[in-house]
Design a protein around this ligand. Structure first.
Ligand code: ATP
Length: 514
């Protein structure tokens, strides 16, 4: 398919999805709630409700299976060696000094002198009137930037309009131009300060005294714990280079402007794997992992046309990267990034940066001695690093399908492997034989699949609920079930109904869901 054709199809998919509607559905059906909502929420923190927790666990388990339990076959046709790890969130702070996070893990931020608010400088868009009228209007980047800018313009000046503006990112402007800008929440012009680097790590104190000597950090990424356990794993797990160590867990970043629902939050989960290989083979392994990881995202349901690869430009290379061997991002077309894409996973060539730094700082040898050739070297690392919670958002956005023809107006087209419930059992009436048969069926099926037994409300409302939570199949028990043992099975996507015998339901699910 040509790029142009691919883009048109992609636009048609994400373009009609409204982020506000998606967030509302997540709340309404119990996928995701604002953290501490009864106290007004807490910016950048989210809680996963009953269905969100199941969806997240399903994605997490599928990643672990694909990486650790049954890793892919390598170029020689043999299974790769990847082992799992579960390291502490809080580590010795020397780890983050060695990895460069204490000094370099930062984003540029600006303060507003008037409102005392702080913004991420590279996330502010500046609307500059072509005719030279002032002020220049600052708003957050995102799909509503034009709307926000238009609203701001109405408030601050009548003679400017979005159509007559050029747009720049704040960090691309000269600081001397800042005096022309009105901040996103300000009343006065020229109150934004020069951008300064702001470290994203959350600090805490370990032990009883809150002194600088006791400072520690919540990990900003899960890979740090992998590197400090590289020697332990090498010495105990009977692995040989090339091999991988995989970890899933929470990570914390004090993001200046958490935005776009769970896309950028302050507490989130990552799924990371460090692949230790010979330096000469690193480029080939990088391509291998870009391909494998893209295949995996598609295997859990993300549409081919919603994903792209993006090679990092030289100016955005991470502090460990050497030019020419950088990171490729796997990006997904989120409704708020549409028609653009947002990062879902980065596949980075980290060279020998981390192991060399830990060798230097800890004094412990990180060299690998090849058992066949006796060659000594520090392995290079290819790192597929993805966001589990960001993956949940991608899966939710991809699944969200508007369909005016059904009562819910929308259904979640989850791939069966990630769907929180694989099937629902719905007795037509709440009393008598229907619920009895339904309960018996539920007790059998729940041994094999996550099943919802929903007894109350009229059947239309129950179908609507199952459509909105993305349950692939509904089995309805009615009078005929008592007579001939058949139930209605309703397909979520087509809404087509057929009758199958109770005895065949398990094999039906096995065939359809796996
Ligand atoms: P970004 O450019 O979006 O800030 P990053 O390049 O700093 O992300 P990495 O350090 O490569 O991200 O982290 C790996 C993955 O972790 C990302 O691809 C993303 O899926 C996830 N991730 C990173 N920061 C956040 C966050 N604040 N909230 C949710 N997920 C995140």
């Amino acid at each position: 398919m040509t790029m142009a054709a691919q883009k048109t199809e992609t636009e048609a998919q994400a373009g009609n999805k409204d982020m506000k509607e998606i967030v509302a559905l997540c709340k309404r059906r119990g996928f995701i709630f604002p953290a501490s909502e009864i106290y007004g929420g807490f910016n950048g923190f989210w809680d996963y409700g009953p269905l969100g927790a199941e969806l997240k666990n399903n994605i997490r388990d599928l990643w672990w299976k694909a990486m650790v339990t049954t890793p892919p076959l390598g170029p020689d046709g043999q299974p790769l060696q990847i082992v799992g790890l579960d390291s502490s969130i809080i580590q010795n702070p020397k780890l983050w000094e060695a990895s460069g996070h204490t000094t370099s893990f930062s984003d540029p931020m600006v303060d507003c002198r008037e409102t005392k608010k702080r913004y991420r400088a590279d996330h502010l868009l500046i609307y500059k009137d072509r005719g030279g009228a002032l002020p220049w209007v600052a708003v957050f980047e995102g799909d509503e930037a034009d709307e926000d800018a238009a609203k701001r313009m109405k408030k601050v000046a009548k003679n400017i309009s979005v159509e007559n503006c050029d747009v720049s990112v704040l960090t691309d402007l000269e600081v001397s131009d800042f005096e022309k800008i009105i901040g996103p929440d300000a009343k006065e012009v020229g109150t934004l300060t020069e951008p300064k680097e702001f470290n994203l790590m959350f600090k805490t104190y370990v032990g009883a005294t809150a002194s600088e000597d006791n400072v520690a950090y919540l990990r900003p990424e899960t890979c740090g714990g992998i590197f400090v356990n590289y020697r332990n794993v090498l010495d105990t797990a009977r692995v040989k280079v090339p091999f991988g160590i995989a970890q899933i867990g929470k990570a914390y970043r004090n993001e200046v402007t958490p935005r776009n629902f769970i896309f950028r939050s302050r507490e989130f989960e990552q799924m990371e794997m460090e692949w230790f290989c010979h330096p000469d083979d690193a480029a080939e392994w990088r391509q291998f992992w870009i391909d494998e990881r893209t295949k995996w995202w598609k295997s859990i349901g993300l549409k081919d046309t919603s994903l792209i690869h993006r090679e990092h430009d030289a100016d955005e290379l991470a502090h460990y990267a050497k030019e020419g061997v950088g990171t490729v991002d796997i990006e997904f077309q989120f409704p708020f990034s549409w028609p653009g894409f947002g990062e879902l996973e980065g596949v980075a060539h980290r060279c020998d940066y981390d192991l060399s730094k830990h060798q230097e700082h800890s004094g412990q040898k990180m060299e690998y001695i090849d058992p066949h050739t006796n060659e000594r070297y520090i392995p290079h690392v290819i790192e597929p690093a993805s966001g589990l919670t960001r993956g949940v958002l991608a899966v939710i956005c991809d699944a969200y399908t508007v369909d005016e023809s059904r009562p819910s107006g929308v259904f979640m087209d989850f791939h069966p492997s990630v769907a929180p419930k694989k099937a629902a059992i719905l007795p037509l009436t709440a009393k008598g034989a229907h619920p009895e048969i339904a309960t018996k069926l539920y007790m059998e099926l729940r041994e094999h699949y996550a099943i919802d037994l929903d007894i109350k409300q009229n059947i239309g409302k129950r179908y609507a609920r199952q459509d909105e939570i993305g349950t692939p199949y509904c089995f309805t028990i009615d009078d005929q079930t008592a007579e001939d043992g058949t139930v209605t099975v309703r397909d979520r996507n087509t809404m087509a109904q057929e009758r199958i015998h109770l005895d065949n339901i398990l094999s039906f699910l096995r065939e359809k869901i796996g």
